[in-house]
Each structure stands twice: as C-alpha cells, then as structure tokens.
Design a protein around this ligand. Structure first.
Ligand code: CMP
Length: 143
C-alpha cells in the first residue's frame, strides 16, 4: 500500500552538507518527498518528539544531539514507505548497517547516526502530525 513516513536528516548529516545525497537515496528508491522543512529544534520539540525514549539512559544525549544544529524534516510517500525508508537508512548502529545504506555511508556512531525514520505506520502518523500541518503536505499532481 502507499504509505507516508517521517524522515529526519539529523544535525551531523546536515553539518556534513549531505542533505542532497541523502535525498537522492529516497528518490532513487521510489520515495517521493511530499513535505519538507528545515528546523533548529528547541529542547521542548526534541524531548516531545522522542518522548517514547524518555526513560532510556541515552535520552539526555539524544536530545542534546538533536538540538546541536538544524535538521531537515521530510514526509516520504510511496509503496511500503515505512519499511522501505528503514531499509534505505540501514540499522541504528552504522557498524552493523548494510553496504549502500545511508547510515553505512554517512553515520559516525549509534548516537550520531545521520537519519531518523518512523519505525511503524502508527508512529509515522504521530510523527507526521508532530511536525506538519495537513496543508504543508502536498499531493504530487505531476507524478
Ligand atoms: P532514531 O531512529 O532517531 O531513534 C532513537 C535514537 O536514539 C536512535 O535513532 C539513535 O540515534 C539513538 N540511540 C539509540 N540507541 C542509543 C544508544 N545506545 N546510545 C545513544 N543513542 C542511541
């Protein structure tokens, strides 16, 4: 089915100036960018986005990292978009990420891992609503 998912190019990858290279991975794999915004997250925004991880030992580090520079946030749309985006990203720890994945090519560590992607269709909807108003998401009338 056609799905939508959230993708975030994190501050490490924005800092490396590889937004375009990462966008190419999505587009080359059949995912369309139907919404996008650059944001420098406030503490409240970063904590709210990752609220599900609040009790984890790495929560503080994760929030500080996500506030360390601007991020690029996009809604990706396409067949099986949630799983496809996760496949394109590679697993959380770049050491274990497959060859050709975003994290293998652009991530430095488990915490500075270049991209975020929604882990389920349910969370994708929550995360899309967290960052985008309905009118900020576009129907692609020309394909
Ligand atoms: P992300 O897909 O954005 O979802 C939660 C993030 O927490 C994850 O990517 C990692 O960047 C981060 N994370 C997960 N595990 C650890 C860990 N053990 N130490 C630091 N950060 C982690």
């Amino acid at each position: 089915a056609i799905e939508r998912t959230i993708s975030i190019v994190k501050p490490d990858a924005v800092g490396k100036n590889v937004i375009g290279k990462i966008y190419d991975r999505f587009e080359s794999n059949g995912l369309k960018i139907v919404a996008a915004k650059m944001k420098h997250l406030t503490r409240d925004e970063a904590e709210g986005f990752y609220a599900i991880h609040k009790e984890r030992p790495f929560f503080g580090e994760l929030v500080e990292f996500m506030m360390s520079g601007p991020v690029m946030i996009q809604v990706l749309e396409g067949e099986n978009a949630v799983a496809k985006n996760r496949e394109i990203m590679g697993v959380t720890n770049p050491i274990n990420a497959d060859v050709g994945t975003i994290r293998k090519d652009f991530a430095d560590s488990m915490s500075e891992n270049a991209v975020h992607g929604s882990d389920s269709l349910e969370n994708a909807q929550i995360e899309i609503n967290y960052f985008f108003q309905p009118e900020e998401i576009f129907v692609r009338t020309r394909g």
